[in-house]
Design a protein around this ligand. Structure first.
Ligand code: C2E
Ligand code: MG
Ligand code: MG
Ligand code: MG
Length: 288
């Protein structure tokens, strides 16, 4: 009698193990696990000062590297991270990695600036600022070397956003509005925020020389940025024509595949060194 009972029990156990291993984790659990296992890596997209052709720094862009080696783009997991609140942990991780990479670059006697993307949840919580202050103090990095980017869409709660932005500015960081022109923030709101720069969204740069109707809007978006008396950064510059256009329009900085794609830290460091050889930055001599 004992034998069949034992067989049945082990069969049930086997089925149970099979069932558990077949269960796919929910996307949120997968993300949580990835955070615990530190599967996120920061890449750096060079930021170019147009007047001098100098690379003044980079934007930190996070990527998820799955255990099977696949890279997952941020657009595929940042929305879920924002919904679930896990973005706070990802932001902390990005900050830690950026500061560590900056520290390594400084050891190589480089003066690099890095922009970090901050989400609406981060602005609400303000926790990232504590992490940032702690990390840069430990590494001996000047606050001015870390810029922060917030999208227009993340200003849904203007009062909280204003308070956090003011705190970041007081701590010595530079603040930029990301994807400018695509959100629904009013110019009057932007005018009241303590900002340093506007990043003109890629869609307006795409329109240059392509879509006649859309490119009618581009000079006005640039004009609005100028009216706010802020530094302008063109994002997603891919062609020589777009580069020439934004230069002529008085945009100070640019980012895009025309100059360089986002690179792993060591490749960015090499790029920075080679690209800047024999050049002098206007911005850096003012900022220094
Ligand atoms: P974003 O902050 O506006 O970043 C610019 C995006 O445009 C990046 O995509 C960049 O790789 C891409 N890009 C730059 N130049 C070109 C170009 O010339 N052509 C084309 N086709 N694309 C270009 P990426 O890295 O996939 O990031 C997408 C978005 O994900 C970012 O948009 C940002 O909103 C978000 N993101 C990335 N990293 C982080 C992060 O650490 N934290 C948060 N909260 N969001 C992040
Ligand atoms: Mg950005
Ligand atoms: Mg952007
Ligand atoms: Mg964008």
């Amino acid at each position: 009698l004992l034998l069949p009972i034992g067989l049945v029990a082990s069969a049930i156990l086997m089925l149970l193990i099979l069932w558990v291993s077949r269960q796919r984790l929910s996307p949120e659990k997968e993300l949580k696990l990835a955070i615990r296992k530190r599967e996120f890596q920061v890449h750096y997209q060079p930021l170019i000062e147009l007047a001098t052709g100098y690379c003044v720094g980079a934007e930190a862009l996070v990527r998820w590297r799955r255990p099977d080696g696949r890279w997952i783009a941020p657009d595929l997991f940042i929305p879920l991270a924002e919904q679930s609140g896990l973005i706070l942990d990802i932001t902390d991780h990005v900050i830690e990695q950026v500061v560590a990479d900056l520290h390594a670059m400084l050891l190589a006697e480089q003066q690099v600036h890095v922009a970090i993307n901050i989400s609406a949840r981060d602005l609400e919580s303000g926790r990232f600022l504590d992490v940032l202050e702690r990390e840069i103090a430990k590494a001996g990095i000047a606050p001015g070397q870390i810029w922060l980017e917030v999208t227009e869409r993340s200003l849904i709660n203007p009062d909280t956003a204003r308070a956090t932005i003011a705190r970041a500015r007081d701590a010595g960081h530079l603040m930029a509005i990301d994807d400018f022109g695509t959100g629904y923030s009013s110019l009057s709101l932007l005018e009241t925020l303590p900002l340093d720069a506007l990043k003109i969204d890629k869609c307006f740069i795409d329109a240059i020389g392509r879509d006649a109707a859309a490119s009618v809007v581009t000079p006005h978006i640039i004009g609005m940025g100028r009216a706010l008396k802020l530094n302008l950064i063109a994002e997603g510059v891919e062609t020589r024509e777009q580069d020439a256009y934004v230069r002529k329009a008085g945009v100070q900085f640019a980012q895009g595949w025309y100059y360089a794609k986002a690179l792993p830290a060591d490749e960015f460091m090499a790029f920075y060194r080679d690209y800047n050889r024999g050049k002098r930055s206007r911005f850096l001599s003012v900022a220094a």
